[in-house]
Design a protein around this ligand. Structure first.
Ligand code: GDP
Length: 473
C-alpha cells in the first residue's frame, strides 16, 4: 500500500509540475526605458488592450479569438509594489483625461490570459482544455540598467570620468564650484558630504532635463526610500596626489560608492533583472532629436550601455549570476509616434534601427531575437493634411498640454537617411544644420470607447505579437 501510495504521489507530483509549466506557463516581461520614455503609459494601455481585445488585430492570438479571457491576478512577488494599473487607467480614460504619474521604482503586475490551444496544441487541448498563460509585467527605470557599468569601476576611475563629462554638460558648473574649497584628504565632515551629494544630484537633474540620457548613478534621480541614506550621499572627487588617511572625505566617499554597488545595484540585478524572459526598451527618440545632436549622441551611448546588460559576458559578475540564462526577445520601441504623421513612421523606425545598430548586433550575437518599431501606447492625436502657400503639410492635431487649446502641428521632416542625423550627433554638432524639429506635448484625448475596445494606440498590437505572440499559440 505504502509503495503504491508513494508511486501515486510521485506521479501526482510530476503531473503538478507539468501542469504548472505546461498548462500555466509564466512569461516575465520586463518594461524599461529612461525616465519619461513612456513605461507607465505603455503598460497601462497594453494591459487595457489585452483585457478588451477589440483593437489588437496584429496580435494573432487576439485576432483569432484564441485568447478567450484575460484577468488581473495576484502577482507572485509579495514584496514588490504592484503596478497601479487601475489608477493609471482612470487617469487616461476618465472624463478629464490626464497623463498618469511616471515610473519611480520597480513594480509588477500579473495579467493571466486564458488561451484556447490551436494547431498541435489543439490535440492536447482536447485533453487539457484551455490553458492559462501568466504574463508578469515588471516595470523598472532604465537608469538602473545603466548602473551596471559602475560595477566595473573603482571610485577613482568613476570620479575622473564623471568630472570630465560634467564639463560638457549644463548644471556641471554648479557642482564644480561646490567642489572648489573641498579637500578630499580632510577629515570627513558630514554636512560637507551632504552638500556635495546635493549639488551632484542637482547637476544630474539639470543634465536630465536638458535631454541627456546617461545620468547615473540611477538612484540619485529616483531615490525612493533610499533618499538621504549614506548610499546616496556621495559624489565624485578629484583624486588626491597622495594616499588619503582613514576617516578622510575621500575614503568615506569611496566606501559609499562601493556600498551603492553592493547594496543597491547588485540586488536589483539579482532579484529582478535576472528573471526576465522578454524585454521591451522604450525610447523617447523624438524627444532627444528635439533636444539636439548632443542629446541624440548621448542617447545612442546610453542605449548601447543599456543593451550591454543583455549581452552575456559584458560583465563577469552578471554572467556568473545569469549562468547562461538569457532574455529571449528584446524590442526597441520609439514611443510617442502619434507626434508624427504616419508617413514619417518608417523614418522614425529607421532612426531607431540605426541608433541601436551597435548594441543590437551584440544582443543578436547573444542569441536574443530583436526588433525595432515606432509605436504610440496611447494615441493623443489625429492626422490632418494642410496646405499653405501651395505646399501641403502632413500634420497631427491634438489638445496642447500647456494651453489646453487644440492645434494642428507640423513637427518637421525627419531625414530619410538616419545616418545623416546620427553622424551630425557623433561629430559633436551643436545644433541641427538644416532642420528644426518641433516637439509638443499633447494631452490625452477624451475617449469614448465602445464595449470591448481598449484605448487607441499605434502598433501596440504588433509590439505585443513580437513580445508574447509565440507563447499564446
Ligand atoms: P515613464 O517615466 O517611462 O513611466 O513615462 P510615462 O509613461 O509616465 O510617460 C511620460 C510622458 O510621455 C507622459 O506623461 C506623456 O506626456 C508622454 N507619453 C507617453 N506615452 C505617450 C504616447 O503614447 N503618446 C503621447 N502623445 N505621449 C505619450
Amino acid at each position: 500500500g505504502d509503495i503504491a501510495d508513494g508511486v501515486t504521489r510521485g506521479v501526482e507530483g510530476i503531473a503538478a509540475s507539468v501542469s504548472e509549466s505546461f498548462l500555466e506557463p509564466v512569461v516575465r516581461l520586463g518594461v524599461t526605458g529612461l525616465s519619461r520614455a513612456g513605461k507607465t503609459v505603455f503598460i497601462t494601455s497594453l494591459v487595457a488592450n489585452l483585457m478588451d481585445r477589440g483593437r489588437m488585430p496584429q496580435l494573432r492570438a487576439a485576432a483569432s479569438g484564441a485568447i478567450t479571457a484575460a484577468h488581473l491576478r495576484p502577482q507572485p512577488d509579495n514584496t514588490v509594489p504592484r503596478f497601479d494599473y487601475e489608477t493609471h487607467l482612470a487617469a487616461l480614460t476618465g472624463t478629464a483625461p490626464h497623463w498618469p504619474d511616471s515610473t519611480r521604482a520597480v513594480s509588477e503586475l500579473r495579467l493571466s490570459l486564458k488561451v484556447r490551444p490551436g494547431g498541435l496544441g489543439r490535440l492536447l487541448g482536447s485533453v487539457t482544455g484551455p490553458r492559462t498563460v501568466h504574463v508578469d509585467i515588471v516595470d523598472y527605470p532604465g537608469e538602473w540598467l545603466l548602473d551596471l557599468a559602475l560595477l566595473d569601476k573603482g571610485y577613482a576611475d568613476w570620479s575622473r570620468e564623471t568630472l570630465e563629462r560634467m564639463q560638457m554638460r549644463p548644471g556641471g558648473a554648479g557642482f564644480l564650484s561646490a567642489l572648489g574649497g573641498v579637500d578630499p584628504a580632510a577629515k570627513l565632515d558630514e554636512p560637507v558630504a551632504q552638500g556635495l551629494a546635493g549639488a551632484f544630484t542637482a547637476y544630474l537633474q539639470a543634465a536630465r532635463e536638458a535631454g541627456f540620457s546617461d545620468c547615473t548613478p540611477g538612484r540619485f534621480l529616483l531615490p525612493g526610500e533610499l533618499a538621504g541614506s549614506p548610499v546616496l550621499t556621495f559624489a565624485p572627487l578629484p583624486e588626491p596626489a597622495a594616499a588619503t588617511p582613514r576617516g578622510s572625505l575621500w575614503r568615506e566617499m569611496e566606501r559609499r560608492f562601493g556600498a551603492y554597488k553592493a547594496e543597491v545595484v547588485k540586488p536589483f540585478f539579482r532579484e529582478h533583472f535576472s528573471r526576465i524572459d522578454r524585454q521591451v526598451v522604450l525610447v523617447d527618440a523624438l524627444g532627444a532629436i528635439h533636444a539636439g545632436p548632443r542629446a541624440v549622441e548621448d542617447l545612442r551611448r546610453a542605449m548601447t550601455e543599456i543593451l550591454g546588460a543583455f549581452r552575456p559576458g559584458r560583465n563577469a559578475w552578471l554572467s556568473q549570476l545569469l549562468l547562461g540564462r538569457r532574455v529571449e526577445k528584446i524590442l526597441f520601441a520609439a514611443t510617442k509616434a502619434d507626434h508624427l504623421h504616419h508617413t514619417q513612421h518608417p523614418r522614425l523606425t529607421a532612426i531607431m534601427q540605426a541608433l541601436m545598430r551597435d548594441a543590437r548586433r551584440r544582443a543578436d550575437f547573444a542569441g536574443a531575437e530583436t526588433a525595432a518599431m515606432a509605436i504610440a501606447a496611447l494615441r493623443a492625436t489625429v492626422e490632418e493634411t494642410r496646405t499653405r502657400g501651395g505646399e501641403s503639410y502632413d500634420c497631427v492635431r491634438g489638445t496642447l498640454l500647456d494651453t489646453g487649446r487644440e492645434a494642428a502641428l507640423y513637427p518637421g521632416e525627419l531625414p530619410e537617411d538616419p545616418g545623416i542625423l546620427l553622424e551630425a550627433a557623433r561629430d559633436g554638432a551643436e545644433a541641427w544644420l538644416d532642420a528644426e524639429y518641433e516637439v509638443m506635448r499633447f494631452a490625452p484625448a477624451r475617449l469614448t470607447l465602445r464595449p470591448g475596445e481598449g484605448p487607441p494606440h499605434i502598433r501596440l498590437d504588433k509590439a505585443a505579437e513580437f513580445l508574447l505572440g509565440d507563447r499564446l499559440r
